[in-house]
Design a protein around this ligand. Structure first.
Ligand code: MG
Length: 173
């Protein structure tokens, strides 16, 4: 049994904030604004994982009205979502990530993001792909006002038995 999940996130760029994407801190004069560390890549991965198991979105699991998530390291959100996926009897097969940023150029950090995501998800590096696109100088991405991310994840049930467990869990969640 397989399932697919998709995630999308966008955060505003501003002076004086750190730029963290995929858990990698990038040297840049601007960073992303958010309640947590505003890592749009980890937020999109978290949403994709939750989506694949029918568990809503990152705002349901980690509300931005909750002070405990203020300035939070977004790796916490990804680990929380992955834990749900695993407890429901599923494992990650592969992850495909597309980051949209006019600036900075992300080519030099794609490999570090890929390695970091593979480690966080506990999968081999070749099961994670990171692509970088500009905004072609149009729209909020192209004007350098924001950075966005789109993610697709495939998950597979551990065993036939655990897949039955997922069926049973559907009613209780
Ligand atoms: Mg976000």
């Amino acid at each position: 049994m397989f399932r697919v999940g998709s995630g999308h996130d966008t955060h505003r760029l501003a002076d004086g904030y750190p730029l963290i994407l995929g858990g990698v801190t990038i040297d840049h004069p601007q960073g992303l604004v958010g309640h947590s560390d505003a890592d749009a890549v980890l937020h999109a991965v978290t949403d994709a994982l939750l989506g694949a198991v029918g568990q809503g979105d990152i705002g349901d699991a980690f509300p931005d009205t909750d002070p405990q998530w203020k300035g939070a390291d977004s790796r916490i959100f990804l680990r929380g979502a992955l834990d749900r996926v695993n407890r429901l009897g599923w494992r990650v097969v592969n992850l495909d990530v597309t980051v949209f940023a006019q600036r900075p150029k992300l080519g030099p950090v794609k490999a570090a993001m890929k390695a970091n995501l593979a480690e966080l998800l506990g999968v081999p590096a070749d099961c994670v792909n990171v692509k970088a696109k500009t905004g072609e100088s149009v729209g909020h991405i192209g004007r350098g006002e924001a950075i966005g991310c789109h993610v697709v994840v495939l998950i597979q049930s551990f065993t036939a038995e655990s897949a039955e467990g997922v069926e049973e869990n559907r009613g209780s969640n």
